[in-house]
Ligand binder design. Sequence first.
Ligand SMILES: *[C@@H]1O[C@H](CO)[C@@H](O)[C@H](O)[C@H]1NC(C)=O
Ligand SMILES: *[C@@H]1O[C@H](CO)[C@@H](O)[C@H](O)[C@H]1NC(C)=O
Length: 945
Amino acid sequence: MDKLSRSSRSYTTSSSHSRRNIGIAFLILSLVFGFNFTLDYFAPRRRTNSAGHFQRDVLQRCRSLKIKAGPASDFYSRSESDRFVHGTKPTLIKNAKIWTGMDNGTEIISGDILLDKGLIKALGNVGKSLLSQYKDDELVVMDAQHRYVTPGIVDVHSHIGDASSPSLEGAEDDNSVKGTIAPWMRSLDGLNTHDDSYALSISGGVTTSVVLPGSANAIGGQAFVIKLRKTDERSPTSMVLEPPENLHLKTSISRHSAGTTPWRHMKHACGENPSRVYSDTRMDTIWAFREAYNKAAQIKKQQDDFCARAEAGDFEGLGDFPHDLKWEALVDVLRGRVKVNIHCYEAVDLDALVRLSNEFKFPIAAFHHAMETYLVPDLLKKAYGNTPAVALFATNARYKREAYRASEFAPKILAEHGIRVTMKSDHPVLDSRHLLYEAQQAHFYGLPDNLAIAAVTSNSAEVMGMGHRIGYLKVGWDADVVIWDSHPLALGATPVQVFIDGIQQLYDPYVISKPEAFQETPKVPNFDKEAHEAVKYQGLPPLTPKTSSAETVIFTNVKSVFTRSGAGVRKLFSFEEKGALGDVVRSGKITCSGQCVKDHFVENADVLVVDLEGGSIFPALVSFGAPLGLEAINQEPSTNDGNVFDPLMSPVPSILGGDSAVVRAVDGLQYNTRDALLAYRGGVTTAITAPSHRKFFSGLSTMFSTGASHKLEEGAIIQEVTGLHFSVRHFGSPSVSTQIAVLRRLLLNPPEGDLGEQLKLVLQRVMPLVVEAHSADVIATLILLKKEIEYQKGFSIKLTVTGASEAHLLAKELGEAEVGVILNPPRLFPHVWEDVRILAGPPLTEHNAITKLVAENVTVGIGNLEIWSARSTRFDVAWASLEADGKLSKEQAIALASKNLEDLLGAKIDDEETDLVATTSGDLFELNAKVVAVVSPKRASVDLF
Ligand SMILES: *[C@@H]1O[C@H](CO)[C@@H](O)[C@H](O)[C@H]1NC(C)=O
Ligand SMILES: *[C@@H]1O[C@H](CO)[C@@H](O)[C@H](O)[C@H]1NC(C)=O
């Protein structure tokens, strides 16, 4: 530093002979300010400036420091959007139920919406005189048929384009790992315009996203708000909404002329992610923040001192404006012109960041993920300036320590404390196409309906400083509009049409016909007690079910009963009228239903009566796909069973039996994990889990009870061994062809030892061969392999393909070959190359993978990828049923996550032995239903929640 300064000073001196006054100013600047700010000073442009120009420029620059971020004062009088695409036809949406976002999200207007020039021109009662301006062939008229219309869905936390899909190794552009402090990085510089997700997310109604840098760094860099639609220019920059000035665009709104500047956006992260990447502790990370902010504060002070002198006319020896490109964004944070978005989970981190905001005096726009915020609402209110908003997942939780105390009731609790709640996707962590599902779940768990919709529209827009143009349906706002096929909070709500900047985004959409009841605000259960307990127990409320001690349990006011029978699930009976008596259960079995119930009241003294209030009884659901029962906290090896050896990667120790060793998942089972107990409480009472593995080789799966306390309890293990599992995927190494060659060799010539014994069971059709495969090409190869084995051996084997993203392309062939398919997850996404040919489903296509496969008589199951989502299987079932639009009965839908899974995975459960689940107020398919009891014949018990 010292050396560099001296040489630059001598350069200044020698080159200033011909420039007199300015030259002297240069020299003095070097002495006063040091030398790291002098680069601009030598710019050739400046050499020709007169002193007057210089002073004018300095004063203008100083004035610009005081300009506030936000919309210009004349913004609201705009008659055309800066994003208007010429040639876009005006559109009149008639007969809409318009959720405007006004009055705290409670205002709903019936009427029409006129879109023109990229704006909402009129709303409600659209006047004839306004419409008469348009020629008949000019105006596009759409009839919303009294459906709900909302603003476009706004995602406050996305990596769309940066962590783009399909994910490819050479193009992971969301995390720089060059240092934990990097306010100079810009997510826009990595934005892939060809991400498959744009069209998919738009088909879920998402119109705007904040693209944040990843969370590897404490200060990860600058984020950008983009609209997801294609632009004529096809560039990342043309997608940016209100481009900030530092992008130096011709179209940037200028600080000087508008009197305001567009908001900028910045990502910070604390806790485990920056710690993991840089082997830091929390102490290191917070110091890194403080050091960086201290640096920015020093530069800000130099600028302010400089401007104070300039504004006082004291130009004598003032020198050049103290500017540093690397730190300018962080200095702008201190000037209050940047929305700071902080990935931060735990009380310990939230506390540190609240202190940081007060030490350096900058407001925080939102804490993201923010899983413990509901435990510390008063702490949030102590942040500098405004109380930060929170951006949450609904139920994605417990994957690391800092997520362990998360609660599904957090949105409700935080809203009750007056804190602004938004729901976000963290796309592609969650597919932002289904961001609305996060709001639906938040509503299910207690967030009021007005705030649940606001959490993905108006509140999100406010958090990103864009509430003046998106997130509401108001005259003068951007024409980003979604017409929904049902109430937006009804499960499975799907766009009928999406407009961005007034431009229709869905070409020939497939519209599902929804039941009339889906046009109403869904009723949801009361979870006040559970929410209270979440706080009381610091995020770890007891989940172990209570077993009823009564000899007989009688369920009354039952609406319908589904039971398992032979090939599937059947409806036993249905009481249309609430008030009819339902079932009797004794020792865990339905012993009688209907009129005979009355006798039980007389016969049995030891009777517990449970009023289901119009609820129902249905076969318990099964979870498959995630390592449920093998892990407590995904990212903590000390809480998990771990991965098995893979003989294709390295030799298996001989003490285990060498390469012919087969590991059984049952030996690693852990009971009482929070995700298993939550699944149980959600009606998912058993799970089938295969050993966790890295690549090709897994082992023997097992079926167990998610509600049992330990392995030795009656009914804790349902079936020790179910199927033999492998994965054939595009790992790079070993090749797909190598993996197929190994499977062929193993099946044609089973080796000596345990593996050979298990393969013989597969060849005898006692046990299924379960292979995870995603690409249609691999699945086709597996079908051929099955035929080859069967031809050579003369008998058939049972093959099940899991994952199966592209299976729909081979629906007919899978049906003919009698190969079953488990889609896990059930809603497909092009994560990697071998998933890209998914069938998107409504509104993009009529069929989805499930209906396509079922139409060809393929036995289909649905599963999940991560253990936290097992609890939501009932929603997956209900959603699959809705999206099938009549192509799947309720019974078939329930079988997807029960009977079919068992069959496909080799579980042999007597129909009489399967658990039953009781819900209050509605059935499995309805959001108002709450699971209140599990009836278990195997464990001879009735558990109550
Ligand atoms: C907004 O709505 C929520 C939930 O309906 C309510 O609790 C809150 O008081 C409302 N806020 C205002 C300012 O009306
Ligand atoms: C599927 O099964 C049904 C009932 O067995 C049969 O009628 C139908 O033709 C089958 N469809 C196909 C595509 O094989």
